[in-house]
Ligand binder design. Structure first.
Ligand code: PLP
Length: 230
């Protein structure tokens, strides 16, 4: 575990250097979905402190077992509005907000708990119908609406392009997300501070870093293949 994490950290530094970026701007989100809490604990011992989870019930159980002091938790999976009450205040960042309906519910739950919930807006850059995310055309309108919600802080954007055997295949979509971020920042919308770009997984995080990723979500390369996909 320690070797795998150190190898990825090294790859992150190398990719950052290649792109002329500061590696300190890039955080590794260890995606522990479907993997047991015991493996997360191993990763913590190996020095990893930031974890990403996809399935709300599993995630909440794992966070309860391991605790929020030992590690930081991000929610990266699809979130149904009616489940948002379980995520708000538990996760430091929700990567996957893709509709006003979901944002409004998160805002309501955050107000109830007296917190401001950090979120990213998920953009479906590759335009597949099966993928969640707002589109290139609708993202700015959505962000303007979400910016008006008082208990939400928009921190950036997330994307998950289609799978490519060659990681270069994902590059245009990563680049597109960076350009959307730049466009939004140029609009200087009140309450919106776009810093984070969550993009890149085990197979393509180096390309994502070259295109500006600040959060890379790596599961398989740390924890091994998952037994099943949900
Ligand atoms: C599972 C998952 C990952 C990690 O994928 P790997 O290929 O195992 O690194 C990253 N992001 C999201 C949204 C995921 O669901």
């Amino acid at each position: 575990m320690r070797d795998r994490i150190q190898k990825i950290e090294q790859q992150i530094r190398d990719a950052a250097e290649k792109a002329g970026r500061n590696a300190q701007e890039i955080r590794l989100v260890a995606v522990s979905k479907i993997k047991p809490a015991s493996m997360v604990k191993e990763a913590i011992i190996a020095g990893q402190t930031l974890f990403g989870e996809n399935y709300i019930q599993e995630a909440v159980a794992k966070v309860e077992e391991i605790g929020g002091d030992e590690a930081q938790w991000h929610f990266i999976g699809h979130l149904q509005s009616k489940k948002s009450k379980y995520a708000v205040g538990v996760f430091d960042l929700i990567h996957s907000v893709d509709s006003l309906k979901l944002a409004t519910e998160i805002d309501k739950q955050a107000a109830k708990k007296g917190v401001v919930q950090n979120i990213l807006i998920q953009v479906n850059t590759s335009g597949e119908e099966s993928k969640s995310g707002t589109t290139d055309e609708t993202v700015i309108a959505l962000i303007r609406e979400v910016a008006a919600l008082k208990h939400i802080a928009v921190k950036g954007l997330m994307t998950m392009p289609a799978f490519f055997d060659d990681p270069e295949g994902a590059r245009p979509y990563f680049r597109q997300l960076r350009l959307i971020k730049e466009r939004i920042n140029a609009l200087a919308i009140d309450g919106v501070e776009m810093r984070e770009l969550s993009m890149g997984m085990s197979g393509d995080f180096e390309v994502a870093i070259e295109e500006g990723a600040t959060l890379v979500r790596v599961g398989t390369a740390i924890f091994g293949a998952r037994d099943y996909t949900v």
